[in-house]
Design a protein around this ligand. Structure first.
Ligand SMILES: NC(=O)c1ccc[n+]([C@@H]2O[C@H](COP(=O)([O-])OP(=O)(O)OC[C@H]3O[C@@H](n4cnc5c(N)ncnc54)[C@H](OP(=O)(O)O)[C@@H]3O)[C@@H](O)[C@H]2O)c1
Length: 333
């Protein structure tokens, strides 16, 4: 207290106190303009989370939401993946309910939506209060030699999958004034070489989330996007090392001649940043906030890229000329 008084005596009548007061004033206005109240969801409500296979961030998201007391309809594509999820988390098994849903297929999403009221809302005597669009796939390949079908698959899952889920389930969120949380990627902040198919789908995801947020505001449905850096999940094992799509390219092919050096560079870079990956809990913390907080954020920017916090990159990169950003990126990959 004495110290505070001393500071006040020293600076109380100076120009610094005016700057401080002005700072507080603008901060308060800024907070007032950027925060919007949404009704917190029913504590025992249902939340659908897509892509909950063990080892991915969907697992952590589903478990952390179940720990909050939500009934989680944990989307998986194979029945055994649902069993693995529940067996691995017996502490929340009464709140974890695996459901089969392939967001890349109309009939699969329609099958989950069919008799939804009877099968889930009445069964658990609770409203649907949230959807977490987490399912996603990558395809690291330079655009010139990328397979068109695989590029379409990436968009079909990462973009159209979100649209399918929104079309099928928003009517229930309208009743509960529920929430949607989409999992985006920091790649939509800085697309790297060999990342075109995935990065462009996550750029599209930003536009999708912005439009959805505006359209659904009328019914007090909150839409948040989590802009995620590099996270330690099974995704890396699926797309790198011996599973890298580039490994399917023959050593003597034209593609290898053109892009072999880039593949080696990317492989090396992926190896280097493995030690800087963040745990999936940083994502699930943001998801839980987006689903439960009376003041959900429109965007949560979490984790790092090559050890640099994404929120720094996201604020810095738009200020720099593209050519400078290109130089930085070329030195990172
Ligand atoms: N890991 C990262 O560094 C990182 C960074 C930024 C953003 N992300 C995003 O975070 C999300 C989760 O990624 P992750 O790292 O947890 O990857 P992951 O371990 O590969 O998990 C992806 C999940 O999505 C599911 N999935 C794939 N295709 C699907 C489909 N057609 N329908 C329904 N589910 C499908 C997978 O199911 P199967 O097991 O059946 O294939 C799996 O459960 C993705 O949207 C990804 O783009 C990840």
């Amino acid at each position: 207290m004495d110290q505070i008084l001393q500071i006040y005596e020293k600076y109380g009548n100076s120009k610094y106190s005016l700057y401080l007061l002005l700072g507080f004033f603008f901060l308060t206005i800024y907070r007032f303009l950027t925060m919007k109240y949404f009704k917190p969801p029913a504590k025992n409500g249902l939340v659908i989370v897509t892509g909950c296979t063990v080892g991915g961030m969907g697992e952590t998201i589903a478990v952390d939401l179940a720990k909050q007391g939500f009934h989680v309809l944990a989307g998986v594509r194979k029945e055994e993946n649902g069993k693995d999820l529940v067996n691995l988390h017996p502490e929340v098994k009464e709140f974890l309910h695996p459901v089969i849903v392939d967001v890349g297929k109309d009939d699969s999403v329609e099958a989950l939506a069919k008799n939804f009221e009877q099968k889930y809302l009445k069964k658990y005597n609770a409203p649907l209060v949230g959807i977490v669009n987490n399912a996603g796939i990558g395809y690291p390949m330079p655009i010139e030699i990328a397979d068109i079908q695989k590029c379409s698959d990436v968009f079909n899952v990462n973009v159209i999958g979100v649209i399918r889920m929104t079309k099928a389930f928003t009517k229930y969120l309208r009743e509960s004034r529920g929430r949607i949380v989409n999992i985006g990627s920091a790649t939509s902040t800085m697309a790297m070489q060999c990342d075109g198919p995935y990065a462009s789908s996550k750029f599209a995801g930003e536009g999708l989330a912005d439009s959805m947020r505006l359209e659904l505001m009328k019914w007090d449905i909150s839409v948040s996007l989590i802009v995620v850096g590099q996270i330690k999940t099974s995704m890396w094992g699926k797309l790198t090392g011996s599973n890298a799509p580039s490994k399917q390219i023959s050593r003597s092919s034209k593609e290898e001649e053109l892009y072999g050096e880039l593949f080696d560079q990317v492989q090396k870079a992926v190896g280097q940043f493995q030690g800087t990956l963040s745990p999936p809990s940083v994502v699930s913390r943001a998801v839980v906030h987006g689903i439960t907080s009376p003041y959900p954020k429109t965007r949560y920017v979490v984790a790092n890229i090559s050890g640099i916090p994404v929120f720094i990159l996201r604020n810095l990169i738009p200020l720099l000329p593209d050519r400078i950003v290109d130089l930085i990126k070329l030195n990172l990959s």
